[in-house]
Write a new protein. Structure first.
Length: 115
Protein backbone atom coordinates (compact mmCIF):
# COMPACT_ATOMS: atom_id res chain seq x y z
CA UNK A 1 0.00 0.00 0.00
CA UNK A 2 1.36 3.44 -0.98
CA UNK A 3 2.05 5.94 1.78
CA UNK A 4 -0.42 8.78 2.22
CA UNK A 5 0.68 12.35 1.48
CA UNK A 6 0.68 12.98 5.23
CA UNK A 7 2.99 10.00 5.85
CA UNK A 8 5.32 11.07 3.06
CA UNK A 9 5.54 14.63 4.39
CA UNK A 10 6.10 13.41 7.96
CA UNK A 11 9.07 11.34 6.75
CA UNK A 12 10.29 14.23 4.59
CA UNK A 13 10.20 16.66 7.53
CA UNK A 14 11.91 14.21 9.88
CA UNK A 15 14.71 13.60 7.38
CA UNK A 16 15.10 17.33 6.69
CA UNK A 17 15.31 18.19 10.40
CA UNK A 18 17.97 15.49 10.81
CA UNK A 19 19.96 16.84 7.86
CA UNK A 20 19.52 13.44 6.17
CA UNK A 21 19.63 14.33 2.47
CA UNK A 22 19.41 10.67 1.40
CA UNK A 23 16.25 10.34 3.48
CA UNK A 24 14.80 13.49 1.91
CA UNK A 25 15.60 12.32 -1.63
CA UNK A 26 14.01 8.90 -1.16
CA UNK A 27 10.59 10.59 -0.82
CA UNK A 28 10.75 11.88 -4.43
CA UNK A 29 9.75 10.17 -7.67
CA UNK A 30 12.52 9.38 -10.15
CA UNK A 31 11.01 11.98 -12.50
CA UNK A 32 10.29 14.60 -9.81
CA UNK A 33 10.22 18.30 -10.63
CA UNK A 34 11.61 20.79 -8.10
CA UNK A 35 10.50 24.26 -9.19
CA UNK A 36 11.98 27.53 -7.89
CA UNK A 37 12.30 31.08 -9.19
CA UNK A 38 15.79 30.18 -10.39
CA UNK A 39 14.52 27.30 -12.53
CA UNK A 40 13.53 23.65 -12.49
CA UNK A 41 15.64 20.81 -11.15
CA UNK A 42 14.72 17.35 -12.34
CA UNK A 43 14.80 13.90 -10.80
CA UNK A 44 16.42 12.69 -7.62
CA UNK A 45 19.76 14.27 -8.59
CA UNK A 46 18.09 17.67 -8.94
CA UNK A 47 16.33 17.27 -5.59
CA UNK A 48 19.62 16.25 -3.95
CA UNK A 49 21.34 19.32 -5.41
CA UNK A 50 18.54 21.63 -4.22
CA UNK A 51 18.54 20.31 -0.65
CA UNK A 52 22.33 20.23 -0.44
CA UNK A 53 22.30 23.92 -1.36
CA UNK A 54 19.44 24.77 1.02
CA UNK A 55 20.94 22.95 4.01
CA UNK A 56 24.31 24.53 3.21
CA UNK A 57 22.71 27.97 3.50
CA UNK A 58 20.79 27.05 6.68
CA UNK A 59 23.09 24.66 8.57
CA UNK A 60 21.66 23.26 11.81
CA UNK A 61 18.60 25.49 11.46
CA UNK A 62 15.58 25.47 13.71
CA UNK A 63 12.62 24.83 11.38
CA UNK A 64 8.97 25.68 11.88
CA UNK A 65 6.03 24.73 9.65
CA UNK A 66 3.03 26.51 11.20
CA UNK A 67 0.77 26.10 8.16
CA UNK A 68 0.02 22.76 6.48
CA UNK A 69 -2.99 22.44 4.21
CA UNK A 70 -3.58 19.00 2.66
CA UNK A 71 -6.18 18.55 -0.08
CA UNK A 72 -6.23 15.21 -1.91
CA UNK A 73 -2.72 14.80 -3.38
CA UNK A 74 -1.60 18.41 -2.79
CA UNK A 75 0.06 19.99 0.25
CA UNK A 76 0.62 23.71 0.80
CA UNK A 77 3.01 24.77 3.59
CA UNK A 78 4.39 27.97 5.04
CA UNK A 79 7.69 27.65 6.88
CA UNK A 80 10.56 29.44 8.56
CA UNK A 81 14.09 28.44 9.50
CA UNK A 82 16.73 30.13 11.62
CA UNK A 83 20.41 29.20 11.56
CA UNK A 84 23.38 30.92 13.20
CA UNK A 85 24.13 33.26 10.28
CA UNK A 86 21.00 33.15 8.11
CA UNK A 87 17.25 32.80 8.29
CA UNK A 88 14.09 32.42 6.24
CA UNK A 89 10.84 33.86 7.53
CA UNK A 90 8.66 33.61 4.42
CA UNK A 91 9.07 30.08 3.05
CA UNK A 92 6.18 28.76 0.94
CA UNK A 93 6.13 25.31 -0.70
CA UNK A 94 3.56 23.30 -2.59
CA UNK A 95 3.86 19.54 -3.02
CA UNK A 96 2.05 17.24 -5.43
CA UNK A 97 2.08 13.57 -4.47
CA UNK A 98 1.65 10.53 -6.71
CA UNK A 99 2.00 6.80 -6.03
CA UNK A 100 3.42 7.29 -2.54
CA UNK A 101 6.09 9.82 -3.59
CA UNK A 102 6.56 13.53 -4.15
CA UNK A 103 6.16 14.21 -7.88
CA UNK A 104 6.33 18.04 -7.88
CA UNK A 105 7.48 20.61 -5.35
CA UNK A 106 7.48 24.36 -5.72
CA UNK A 107 9.65 26.40 -3.35
CA UNK A 108 9.82 30.11 -2.62
CA UNK A 109 11.74 31.84 0.17
CA UNK A 110 13.95 34.82 1.00
CA UNK A 111 17.29 34.06 2.64
CA UNK A 112 18.36 36.84 5.02
CA UNK A 113 21.44 37.31 7.22
CA UNK A 114 20.99 37.06 10.99
CA UNK A 115 22.13 39.98 13.07
Amino acid sequence: MARTPQEIFEHHATALLAGDIDGVVEDYADDALFVTSSGVRRGKDGVREAFTTLLGKLPDAAWEVPVQVFEDDVLYIEWSAVAEKSRVEDGVDTFVFRDGLIRVQTVRFTLEPVG
